[in-house]
Write a protein that binds this ligand. Structure first.
Ligand SMILES: NC(=O)c1ccc[n+]([C@@H]2O[C@H](COP(=O)([O-])OP(=O)(O)OC[C@H]3O[C@@H](n4cnc5c(N)ncnc54)[C@H](OP(=O)(O)O)[C@@H]3O)[C@@H](O)[C@H]2O)c1
Length: 346
């Protein structure tokens, strides 16, 4: 059994981490740390947890105990830099849900995040934890996991099996993705108000979304070298990421070969479901699943995928990564009843 610290436990993804840690059978205790909410309790902040979790105090991020085993960090970008080096230096296991350690190169971080990186030596030794793709053996002796972003999770899980097998056949890839407003965290900004977003949709951060270099970094490692575009949109919904990738090929595609490649990657997956029709957000919200559909017409491939941004795109994948760090069943804390393989379904 292990003890866990949830740093940033008062935010949207932190709340999900509390939920999962609360039911995880290998976690004996957890502490929750906040900034402005320090001094409150879990029940005063999340009244829906009464009768579900213990009413523990939210402690200050300025006083993090060093006697716990695993630390989840769910802070705004830039803030993890203040805590991660000390935790890793003390031999702790750290899973960062933010973007501070995802990119491999300091220069890229400065370009896209506009911060100086004060612990760039950790960028090389961290594991980029795309949990449904990274083999179990890569988790050996890892102390720092950079949990992938929500858009990269939906995009990479749906594109990587194709890129890995057919990179040379590609002319261009264009990914258009959509997010619910919880993707921006809980701090109130007028552009996310219900009055602004109800019945509305818009593209944002066009050509400058921080998740673009993160996606490309993973695609390049698999031999991708074609033009790529990535456009993000805000949806009038609280939760969910939907990604549609259009892949233009040099020649007519062979759907059987492509399907075989996806099935080979995901045949033992607990959390990726290959669908025969394009998925819907409502099939995955509230779960750690990523649903994917591949559709081929001539030399054009359309790949759609859907996830819950707070779970598969953040807290759920972080728990899955912790499970893999300890060699436990990947579903611990995430699914309560074991089921048969889910990888191919209607
Ligand atoms: N939301 C998503 O869909 C999503 C998905 C994937 C990854 N992420 C990443 O996960 C991280 C957390 O996101 P979130 O959506 O949960 O954010 P959030 O709802 O805004 O919560 C932020 C948390 O950080 C704390 N905090 C805020 N400013 C701080 C500061 N200056 N110093 C220390 N603590 C501070 C807050 O504490 P108080 O409330 O006590 O002030 C709160 O616990 C971010 O890096 C985000 O990019 C988010």
């Amino acid at each position: 059994m292990i003890s866990v610290g949830i740093i940033g436990g008062s935010g949207y993804t932190g709340k999900k981490l509390i939920q999962f840690c609360n039911i995880h059978k290998e976690i004996s205790s957890y502490k929750v740390y906040g900034s402005k909410t320090a001094g409150e309790t879990v029940h005063s902040l999340f009244p829906d947890f009464v009768g579900i979790t213990k009413n523990i105090a939210i402690e200050s991020v300025d006083n993090i105990d060093l006697d716990l085993d695993v630390y989840f960090i769910a802070l705004p970008h830039g803030e993890a830099l203040k805590y991660v080096p000390k935790l890793v230096g003390n031999g702790k296991k750290v899973i960062d849900l933010g973007g501070d350690y995802r990119l491999d190169f300091e220069e890229l971080y400065i370009d896209w995040y506009k911060f100086t990186h004060t612990s760039s030596y950790l960028l090389k030794s961290k594991l980029y934890g795309l949990a449904d793709i990274v083999p179990q053996e890569k988790y050996n002796n890892v102390n720092l996991i950079a949990n992938p972003g929500c858009y990269p999770t939906a995009t990479l899980l749906s594109l990587l099996p194709f890129i890995t097998n057919f990179a040379e056949d590609i002319l261009t890839v264009s990914t258009v993705a959509y997010s619910g407003t919880s993707g921006a965290g809980k701090s109130a900004k007028s552009e996310y108000l219900l009055t602004e977003m109800a019945g509305n949709a818009r593209a944002y951060n066009v050509n400058k979304h921080r998740h673009q270099p993160e996606i490309l970094q993973a695609l390049y490692k698999q031999g991708f070298h074609s033009p790529f575009s990535f456009t993000t949109h805000l949806l009038p919904a609280a939760v969910g990421i939907y990604a549609t990738s259009s892949v233009h090929l040099k020649e007519k595609a062979d759907i059987n070969k492509i399907t075989d490649a996806y099935q080979a990657v995901y045949e033992n997956s607990k959390f990726v479901r290959l669908r025969e029709v394009p998925p819907q957000l409502s099939w995955v919200t509230g779960t750690n699943f990523c649903d994917i559909n591949i559709s081929v017409e001539g030399s054009t491939l359309i790949i759609t995928s859907a996830i819950d941004n707070l779970i598969k795109g953040a807290a759920g994948q972080a728990i899955q990564n912790m499970n893999k760090l300890y060699g436990w069943d990947e579903g611990l804390g995430l699914i309560t009843k074991e089921v048969e393989s889910v990888s191919v379904c209607q």
